[in-house]
Write a protein that binds this ligand. Structure first.
Ligand SMILES: [Zn+2]
Ligand SMILES: [Zn+2]
Ligand SMILES: [Zn+2]
Length: 381
C-alpha cells in the first residue's frame, strides 16, 4: 500500500473515531492499519475509504461489549469492568490432587455451608452498633493501639499493612469484624465464591485483596512477636473484644468440627484438601483435578473432548494470537482447542475470563480484536 492509499485508510479511521468518540479504539485501529498496509490488491476494500469505514463501524457495533469506554464516569463498559476486577485465584483449583491430597470427610458442599455461616456471622457483627467505637478526643487513639496490637498478636502471619487496611476498610473501629476478616485472611478462604458478600462490604480496592494474600515470612513474624512482648492482653482494652472473638470461633468449631484441628485451631488446609467431586485428567499437563475446575473444548454438538486445568489455560493465553469474540448479551469469546489437530472450541465467559491474571486478560482481549479483523478479511468490492 502506498502513502496515498494509507492516507485513505487513516482518514476512514478518523471518521470511525468521531462516530465512536467515547470508545477507546486505538489498539483496534492500529491493528487494522497494520493489516491493510500489507494489502496489495488494489481492488480490495482496503483501498476504498467508505468500505473501510463501514466495515469497522459494523464490527464495533456488532461487538460493542469488547470495546473500552474512554470516560470512566460514563461507565467503563463491560470489558473495562472485566479488566479492573481482581482475578479469581482459588488455590484449591490450581493444585493437582496428587499434590494437595483429598480429605474425603469434607465435601465442597460443607465448605459452602461453612462460608455461608461465616458470612452471616460477619454481617451481624459488621452492622451491630455495639461493636462500633465512638471517636472521642481522648481514649480512641489508645484504644486503637491496643486493638491493633491484639490483632497483630492474634494473627501473627498477617502483615502489619494488611491489618491496618482491614481496620480502615471496615470502618467505625469495629475490631470484632476486623478480627473475623483477619481470621478468613489468615486461613486463606477469602477467594471462595461464597465469600463475595463480605468482600463487597469492605472498602478496599481489588488490588488490596491481592495484597492481603501476602503473608509475613518466618523472620518477620518472629520480629513482630518480639516487638509485642510487652503487650499484656489481660489489662488491655482489647480484652473484651478478644473474648467475644473467641466465643464466635468456638461456635464455628462446634458447628463445623471437621474444619478444626485437635488443638482447636482452624485447619488451614481444609479448603485446599476438600473433596470437590469427580477427578479428571488435564489433557495438557496430565495433572488430576476436580472436573468442576477444568475447562473443556466443545464439539459443535455441545459434547466435550478435551479438558484443561486453569494453569494450562493461563499458559495458553500467553501465546494466543487469535480469539473469536461472540455476539451475545454477555461478554464471551472462543479459542481454538490447545490439543493439536482438534478443531473444537474453548469458550471463555465473564467468569472464566477472571481466572486469568490481568496481563493474560489483556492478551486475550488483543487476540479477540485480532479475531474480529480476521473475520473482515480482504473483500473485493
Ligand atoms: Zn494442565
Ligand atoms: Zn479439543
Ligand atoms: Zn485488503
Amino acid at each position: 500500500m502506498d502513502q496515498n492509499a494509507e492516507e485513505v485508510v487513516r482518514s476512514a479511521h478518523e471518521r470511525v473515531k468521531r462516530d465512536y468518540f467515547s470508545l477507546d479504539l486505538d489498539e483496534f485501529l492500529s491493528k487494522d492499519l497494520e493489516r491493510r498496509r500489507i494489502c496489495t490488491d488494489r481492488l480490495c476494500g482496503c483501498y476504498n475509504g467508505e468500505t473501510v469505514e463501514k466495515q469497522l463501524k459494523d464490527t464495533i457495533k456488532k461487538y460493542t461489549l469488547f470495546f473500552k469506554s474512554k470516560f470512566p464516569h460514563m461507565g467503563r463498559g463491560t470489558i473495562g469492568k472485566l479488566f479492573e476486577s481482581a482475578s479469581i485465584r482459588e488455590r484449591w483449583a490450581d493444585i493437582p490432587t496428587e499434590e494437595r491430597g483429598v480429605n474425603r470427610a469434607v465435601r465442597a458442599e460443607d465448605l459452602k455451608q461453612f462460608v455461608n455461616s461465616y458470612c452471616t456471622i460477619f454481617e451481624k457483627i459488621f452492622f451491630d452498633d455495639a461493636n462500633r467505637k465512638e471517636k472521642g478526643p481522648d481514649g480512641h487513639e489508645r484504644r486503637c493501639i491496643a486493638c491493633y496490637k491484639w490483632l497483630q498478636l492474634e494473627f501473627g502471619t498477617l502483615r502489619t499493612d494488611t491489618i491496618k487496611k482491614v481496620i480502615r476498610g471496615i470502618k467505625n473501629h469495629n475490631i470484632l469484624a476486623a478480627a473475623l476478616l483477619c481470621f478468613a485472611l489468615q486461613n486463606k478462604f477469602t477467594d471462595h465464591s461464597g465469600f463475595k458478600p463480605v468482600r463487597k462490604k469492605i472498602r478496599v480496592t481489588n488490588d488490596t485483596w491481592v495484597l492481603f494474600k501476602k503473608c509475613l515470612g518466618k523472620e518477620h513474624a518472629r520480629d513482630r512477636a518480639r516487638e509485642l512482648r510487652d503487650f499484656i492482653l489481660d489489662t488491655s482494652i482489647a480484652k473484651s473484644i478478644s473474648e467475644k472473638y473467641k466465643e464466635i470461633i468456638s461456635e464455628l468449631r462446634q458447628g463445623f468440627p471437621k474444619f478444626f484441628l485437635d488443638d482447636g485451631s482452624f485447619d488451614k488446609l481444609v479448603f485446599d484438601q476438600a473433596d470437590y467431586g469427580e477427578l479428571q485428567d488435564c489433557d495438557k499437563c496430565h495433572g488430576d483435578y476436580a472436573a468442576q475446575f477444568l475447562t473443556t473444548c466443545e464439539k459443535p454438538d455441545g459434547t466435550s473432548e478435551h479438558k484443561f486445568c486453569r494453569n494450562c489455560m493461563r499458559e495458553l493465553a500467553m501465546t494466543i494470537e487469535q480469539a473469536f469474540p461472540e455476539v451475545d448479551e454477555k461478554f464471551k469469546m472462543k479459542l481454538e482447542c490447545i490439543k493439536d489437530g482438534c478443531n473444537n472450541e474453548i469458550r471463555i465467559d465473564e467468569v472464566s475470563f477472571l481466572y486469568f491474571p490481568r496481563y493474560a486478560r489483556t492478551r486475550l482481549h488483543s487476540a479477540s480484536l485480532e479475531g474480529m479483523l480476521l473475520q473482515l478479511g480482504h473483500v473485493r468490492t
